[in-house]
Write a protein that binds this ligand. Sequence first.
Ligand SMILES: C[S@@+](CC[C@H](N)C(=O)[O-])C[C@H]1O[C@@H](n2cnc3c(N)ncnc32)[C@H](O)[C@@H]1O
Length: 234
Amino acid sequence: MTATVYGLGVGPGDPELITVKALRRLRAAPVVAYPAPEQGASFARAIVARWLVPAQIELVIRVPMDSARFPAQAVYDRAADEILGHAAAGREVAVLCQGDPFFYGSFMYLFARLAERAHVEVVPGVSSLTACAAAARWPLAAQGDALIVLPASLADDALERRLQAADSIALIKLGRHFSRVRDLLARLGLAAEARYIEHATTPSERVLPLDAVDAAAVPYFSMILLHRRGSAGR
Ligand SMILES: C[S@@+](CC[C@H](N)C(=O)[O-])C[C@H]1O[C@@H](n2cnc3c(N)ncnc32)[C@H](O)[C@@H]1O
């Protein structure tokens, strides 16, 4: 009988922020799959490393950052086929997803390929959005507030339009876009309201005002949270 494929949210970084359910599914799965950069280690795997055992088969899904060099679609096609092969042989597969699988998670590309061909169960995880709010000690939103999540890769005019429409804002995927986003927030008079958070819930977590951030050293795992005055109880 075809076994179940699980998309497991493993949380934002602190291994204690995995859910009881995800941990139970992870420990029971004979096959564990996870995304990793073309070179280097998988953050999702690192989060759960202490619970993996040598008997588990590991499938590393190396996703190219530069899609021009190698189409990521082909990577997900191949990974989906491999996962389906194990499921068809009766082996449950746990696919690890940093944070929550359906909150900007690459698992959704696998889900689109697997859902019609196997039984797929998604186990939600603690997302970076709530983890960063906790790290910054800033409630995210309250009562009638509109909360918006914006990828920093959006063009300035799109960012500006959407920033105007929200009370509480999360800017994700900062990396090389940090400097441009900081300039835009300053131009809109919002920089003083903002907080920068990197590597939330890990030993290297930092929470800083925007003017204290070195734009040249902003990591991928970072976010800006901001509230307009009067929102989220402020
Ligand atoms: C592709 S999205 C994945 C989000 C993930 N699925 C989640 O539920 O949080 C990656 C972005 O999430 C944010 N992020 C993820 N983990 C983070 C962390 N521990 N601290 C700060 N930001 C984080 C960063 O903005 C990063 O660029």
